[in-house]
Ligand binder design. Structure first.
Ligand SMILES: Nc1ncnc2c1ncn2[C@@H]1O[C@H](COP(=O)(O)OP(=O)(O)OP(=O)(O)O)[C@@H](O)[C@H]1O
Ligand SMILES: [Mg+2]
Length: 393
């Protein structure tokens, strides 16, 4: 199974490109599901779904055509439908004051319900195998990053929670009482915990397996957007999620350059295109022109898909590189973490018993060390050639 994530700044074309990609995949015979978390329902709009069709879907997959389904997740709907017990547990976890302190100290970001919902779904579809390709139209960059960082955060969380079980029960009781007005019996609480853990188990491996999961970063050839894409690229690398292409959308077509107004824009775009190619190399950069008018409905999506992919199969893994590796040296090992565009000031490193924790800005990634390396001591680190290099011996 393939999982393709579309990430990028607000409005760059994530939903439209997700829709076009899904359309082409279904034409090639892959059973495809496109999932969106966008409350504005633009995925349904991209396929020209009527309001009635959309509403009757109630957040479940809707068949668009042979092999093609779309699903617009409604978080509230989900809570009512499946995850009541799980969310009750999460609510305890996220709202309990006692835990807040631990969290504030240890975590740079807090999980949100949206990210957790999508992770639960990713794992469900991965296990069920009803689809060949799952496309995720992610929310704008910040939240996308929360999404990919979530598995490591939750793993850490669970470890901590299980360790401090007593504390959780002690603080959770009165809080639950306040939220639900019904005291929660121990059994329900532990069942919820178990259930939740079971449903999420393995999702981190799914997301960090480059044969399964790819991120395609959507960008526009404009200063702000390019900068944000570079940051996103770095973070995806840090979390070990493979970026297999950068898609530059809305490039002004050459034939419009006769217009003096557009000529200037075109020149600016050309400059950013050069910068994008230099920065992301050797990750493939796919270029997509600005189409005449908005892109709605199957015919336009088909046209767009062929402009993005040409004759290529969108389910291919276009590029694959290890986000981190362990290199044997004369004395000890070198841990190389791919982290382009980071500067020394923004990075901090910590070696735990089993892992190295890399914090860049507000994000934190845990790199699990192979058994052999766990006993070694850190002997210095530097940033070089787009890598954070940590010596252990
Ligand atoms: N190559 C293109 N040519 C012309 N119009 C485009 C192109 N790509 C996207 N659009 C149009 O741009 C608008 C925004 O695109 P889209 O909704 O896909 O962006 P998005 O990244 O999903 O936005 P959001 O962050 O708000 O979810 C849509 O109206 C879409 O039809
Ligand atoms: Mg969108």
């Amino acid at each position: 199974m393939r999982i393709i994530l579309f990430s990028g700044k607000g409005g760059v074309g994530k939903t439209t490109l997700s829709a076009a990609t899904g359309y082409k995949l279904s034409e090639l015979g892959y059973r495809t599901l496109i999932v969106s978390l966008d409350p504005a329902h633009s995925l349904a709009d991209a396929f020209d779904l009527s309001e009635g069709e959309r509403l009757s879907a109630k957040g479940l997959p809707v068949k668009i055509k042979e092999n093609l389904y779309i699903q617009e997740i409604d978080v509230q709907e989900e809570i009512d439908r499946y995850w009541g017990d799980v969310y009750r547990f999460l609510e305890i976890l996220f709202n309990t004051t006692g835990l807040d302190e631990i969290v504030a100290e240890e975590l740079a970001i807090l999980p949100g319900m949206e990210e957790v919902t999508s992770l639960l779904y990713v794992n469900k579809y991965y296990r069920d195998r009803d689809f060949d390709v799952l496309i995720l139209d992610l929310p704008p960059t910040g939240e996308s990053l929360r999404f990919v960082s979530m598995p490591t955060v939750l793993k850490w969380y669970m470890k901590k929670v299980f360790k401090t079980e007593r504390l959780v029960i002690r603080v959770a009781r009165p809080v639950v009482g306040r939220i639900t007005d019904v005291p929660l019996p121990d059994d329900t609480y532990f069942k919820a915990l178990e259930n939740f853990y079971e449903k999420l188990k393995g999702v981190d491996e799914v997301l960090t397996d480059p044969e399964t999961t790819s991120v395609r970063i959507v960008t526009n050839p404009e200063k702000m957007v390019v900068r944000e894409s570079q940051r996103a690229f770095m973070y995806f690398n840090l979390f070990g999620v493979n970026v297999d292409a950068v898609i530059v959308n809305r490039i002004i077509p050459g034939e419009l350059e006769d217009c003096s107004f557009l000529r200037e824009w075109s020149g600016i775009q050309r400059e950013y295109l050069r910068e994008i190619e230099a920065f992301f190399s050797p990750v493939p950069v796919l270029k997509v022109p600005l189409l005449k008018g908005e892109v709605f409905g199957e015919d336009r999506l088909k046209e767009l898909a062929s402009l993005i992919y040409g004759d290529r199969d969108p389910s291919e893994v276009f590029f694959k590189e290890k986000p981190y590796e362990f290199v044997k040296e004369e004395e000890g090992y070198l841990v190389k973490v791919k982290a382009p565009f980071v500067s020394k000031e923004t990075v901090s490193l910590l070696k735990g018993e089993e892992e190295i924790i890399v914090r860049v800005g507000n994000f934190k990634s845990h790199i699990l060390l192979p058994r052999k390396l766990r006993k070694l001591e850190p002997k210095g680190a530097k940033i070089e050639d787009g890598y954070i290099k940590i010596r252990l011996s």
